[in-house]
Design a protein. Structure first.
Length: 250
C-alpha cells in the first residue's frame, strides 16, 4: 500500500497548440503533456486533477492541479517541480508546489475561479499577441456594455450562455460574484469571478457583451435567456484565444 503525500501545483500555460486541458485520444492536451512529463522523469504514472478544465486554445496563468506522491520516494517537492519543468515544453510551466492535506481536491475545494478575457479594440491587428488577445480591432462602447453587465451577476441558470449538455437544473445554476471591465490603451480586459462555470460560459458572456454593443441582441433578449434558459440560446461566443484562467481561490 502506497503511503501517499498530496501536492497542489500552480501551473501556467499558453493553450494555443493544445486541445484543452483534459486527455483525449489522438490529440495533444495540457493534462496529457504534464502526466507524460512525470512519467519521463520518474517512470511512474501520475494522474493529475485540475481546478477547471480549459477548452482548446484557452490560456492559464493560475491553473491548479493536485496529485498524489509515494512517500517512499524521498524527493523534495521543489525537486519534483524543477525536474518536471526541465522536460515540459516551453509553453507549459509549473510555478509553485505546496504540500496539502490528503483530502484536498483542486476542483471540489475551489471556492472561486477568476477568468480574464482580453480584446484588442485598436485599429492595428497584432499577430504577436494573437494567441492571448482577441483581435477585434474595432471600438467597444464600455458605457453601453456596463448597461447589461449587472444582469449577469448573482446566482442564475446560465444554460443559455453555454453549450453544456448537462440536464440537471442544479448543475446549471452558477454564481457570478463580480465582473470588472477595464481598458488600458487599446486592450480591454473583462474579468469574471464565479464559483463554477459551464462549458464555454465565459466566452458566451463576453460574446453577448460584444453582440449587445453591435446591436445584435437586446436587453429584453438577454433577460429572456435567463427567464427561459435553453442550451446555447445566446449563440454569441467570443474566440477561445482571448480567454485566460487567471486565478483559483480556495
Amino acid at each position: 500500500m502506497m503511503l501517499k503525500k498530496r501536492y497542489k501545483v500552480i501551473v501556467s500555460y499558453n493553450g494555443n497548440r493544445y486541445h484543452g486541458w483534459a486527455k483525449q485520444p489522438k490529440v495533444i492536451t495540457i493534462q496529457q503533456t504534464i502526466e507524460n512529463a512525470f512519467y519521463t522523469v520518474f517512470k511512474k504514472k501520475i494522474k493529475i486533477f485540475c481546478a477547471g478544465r480549459t477548452d482548446k486554445k484557452v490560456n492559464a496563468l493560475g491553473q491548479v492541479f493536485h496529485f498524489d506522491w509515494d512517500e517512499k520516494l524521498k524527493i523534495k517537492a521543489l525537486a519534483i517541480l524543477k525536474a518536471i519543468n526541465c522536460v515540459l515544453p516551453p509553453d507549459i510551466h509549473l510555478i509553485r508546489i505546496y504540500s496539502v492535506a490528503n483530502n484536498f481536491h483542486a476542483r471540489f475545494d475551489a471556492k472561486w475561479r477568476i477568468y480574464q478575457y482580453f480584446i484588442n479594440v485598436g485599429p492595428q491587428y497584432d499577430p504577436l499577441s494573437f494567441s492571448s488577445v482577441y483581435q477585434y480591432n474595432k471600438p467597444l462602447d464600455l458605457k453601453k456594455i456596463n448597461q447589461v453587465k449587472k444582469m449577469f451577476l448573482g446566482r442564475k441558470n446560465f444554460l443559455s450562455f453555454s453549450i453544456d449538455s448537462r440536464k440537471k437544473k442544479k448543475d446549471l445554476i452558477k454564481t457570478i460574484k463580480e465582473i470588472k471591465i477595464v481598458k488600458n490603451k487599446s486592450i480591454i480586459k473583462i474579468e469574471i469571478k464565479g464559483n463554477h462555470f459551464l462549458w464555454s460560459m465565459v466566452r458566451m458572456i463576453v460574446g453577448c457583451f460584444i453582440a449587445f454593443n453591435e446591436n445584435k441582441i437586446t436587453k429584453k433578449q438577454i433577460c429572456d435567456c435567463f427567464t427561459h434558459p435553453e442550451k446555447g440560446k445566446s449563440r454569441f461566443r467570443a474566440p477561445a484565444n482571448g480567454l485566460m484562467l487567471y486565478k483559483v481561490i480556495y
